[in-house]
Design a protein around this ligand. Structure first.
Ligand code: 3HC
Length: 312
């Protein structure tokens, strides 16, 4: 069948809300776009474990430590679901990991910021997972079946991540003046980088238009960012914290918050590798990969032995 005809049938199926499955014919551009996005999503989950892992041994109580341990383990699982979803598009796990470790693949800029105090762990759960939920709930309706199904499971766990983060900051905000100041300092440092998680404005996005047509994305970056702002500002006010944006103001007419300008120079520098923690994060990932080589070798040797025994 001519490619043009196949593309037309593919678009018709997507427009008809049919999920695209691994064995279905798909445009090469669709496949490549999904490998790009899903693998970067997976890399983000795994690199995202580092800033939080930094506080597991320093959590203020056994209760907080067990919650943080559970969250970091969840993120590892999210990474594995997403690597598996990417593999259904015909790319191997080793290649995906090499792309991350060689610096070829991106991961979310947010994870290149330091976690300086315990309040940062609250800010990550509340703001970073909060932003991720808004993006990921949208992605539960993405046109690619394996990605959409991975999102359903991930979103359930993400909600627990978000609530525990907000609970940390609520507790600090009700604490001593020093604890409240710690919570405000975390909001000051994590607010704008969290807005950057939604990507550049759609007018500057090289992918949004095509991703919307293929229903990879169901809503644009700007719309999701606005949903996040409208939802999060009242939460900050409820716990007595002030969002660090002097231009933030509720607009009765639009029923949305008007807000200031993202520092896109900072965004571009961080995704170019010049953020506060890029080098540290990649060094940690490369060391973890090297330290884990023996586990991979042992698992492969065991699998080969088992296959030989079953084949005999
Ligand atoms: N950090 C790093 N790179 C980013 C970025 C960010 N915050 N926002 C955009 N980019 C990159 C894009 O990857 C793209 O680069 P590429 O062409 O080299 O891949 C470029 O900037 C242009 O951006 P676009 O908006 O055109 O790209 P997309 O259409 O891919 O949209 C996105 C960007 C909204 C982040 C989209 O990729 C997406 O929805 N990804 C899946 C969700 C995700 O990755 N979330 C990251 C956080 S995971 C997380 O928070 C885990 C939580 O449990 C802690």
């Amino acid at each position: 069948m001519p490619e043009k005809k196949q593309e037309a049938l593919f678009q018709q199926a997507v427009d008809g809300e049919q999920k695209v499955e691994p064995r279905d014919w798909m445009p090469e551009g669709y496949r490549k776009n999904l490998i790009r996005q899903i693998s970067q999503h997976a890399h983000s989950e795994v690199v995202g474990m580092l800033p939080e892992g930094n506080w597991i041994t320093r959590a203020p109580s056994l209760h907080r430590k067990t919650i943080l341990l559970a969250k970091v383990q969840d993120e590892a699982g999210h990474g594995l679901y997403l690597y598996s979803a990417a593999e259904t598009l015909g790319i191997g796990r080793d290649e995906l990991i090499d792309q991350l470790l060689s610096g070829k693949a991106k991961y979310s800029s947010i994870f290149n910021y330091p976690t300086l105090t315990w309040a940062d762990i609250g800010a990550i759960g509340w703001l970073v997972d909060g932003a991720a939920i808004i993006n990921q709930v949208m992605l539960t309706r993405t046109s690619y079946g394996p990605y959409s199904r991975a999102m359903v499971r991930i979103c359930k766990e993400e909600s627990f991540h978000n609530r525990q983060g907000y609970d940390i900051l609520m507790t600090l905000s009700k604490g001593t003046p020093e604890q409240k100041a710690m919570a405000q300092d975390a909001l000051d440092r994590w607010w704008w980088p969290s807005l950057m998680m939604f990507g550049p404005s759609d007018k500057d996005s090289p992918h949004s238009a095509q991703s919307m047509q293929w229903k990879i994305k169901r809503q644009g970056n700007d719309e999701l960012r606005q949903v996040f702002i409208d939802r999060t500002v009242p939460q900050a006010e409820f716990i007595g914290l002030k969002v660090p944006d002097p231009k933030l103001k509720w607009n009765e007419q639009t029923q949305h918050y008007d807000w200031g300008e993202i520092n896109w120079e900072e965004f571009n520098q961080v995704i170019k590798g010049n953020g506060p923690c890029n080098a540290e994060r990649m060094a940690a990932r490369r060391k973890a990969h090297d330290d884990g080589a023996w586990v991979r070798e042992a698992a492969l040797a065991h699998a080969e032995k088992k296959n030989k025994r079953n084949a005999a």
